[in-house]
Design a protein around this ligand. Structure first.
Ligand SMILES: [Zn+2]
Length: 108
C-alpha cells in the first residue's frame, strides 16, 4: 500500500503564516520535516503543501491517479495531527475528487 506524507512546507508569505498561525513548518526547516518516529521509508512519497488541504496546488491527485500502473487509487486512508483542520479539508477535497475516504482513528 503506498504511503504518502503530506507536510506543511510554508513560505513566509503564506496566508497561514501571515494571517492565522504565525511562523511554523517553514520550507527547508526542521519544522517542515516528518518527525523521526514516523520517518518515511525510501519507497514512500512526500508531498509538500502550503495550505490545509494536501490537494490544493499540489501533485497529490496526479500521484494518486498514477499509482497501481495508472489504475489509480480509489480509497484514501487519512491520518494526521489536526483532524479538525487539515484532515477535514483534505477529506472534503478527496470527496469532491471521487475518492472513498477512511479517517484513521488514533488514541493519545
Ligand atoms: Zn501550516
Amino acid at each position: 500500500m503506498p504511503v504518502i506524507y503530506s507536510n506543511d512546507a510554508h513560505y513566509a508569505e503564506d496566508w497561514e503564516v501571515t494571517q492565522k498561525w504565525g511562523e511554523h513548518a517553514i520550507k527547508g526547516t526542521n519544522g517542515a520535516e516528518v518527525i523521526a518516529e514516523l520517518a518515511p521509508a525510501k519507497k514512500d512519497y512526500i508531498i509538500e503543501k502550503r495550505t490545509y488541504s494536501s490537494f490544493y496546488e499540489t501533485s497529490l491527485d496526479q500521484l494518486l491517479k498514477s499509482l497501481y500502473r495508472g489504475k489509480g487509487v480509489k480509497t484514501v486512508v487519512l491520518g494526521g495531527m489536526h483532524t479538525h483542520i487539515c484532515i477535514r479539508h483534505m477529506a472534503a477535497d478527496a470527496f469532491f475528487r471521487g475518492y472513498k475516504i477512511i479517517v484513521a482513528e488514533g488514541r493519545s
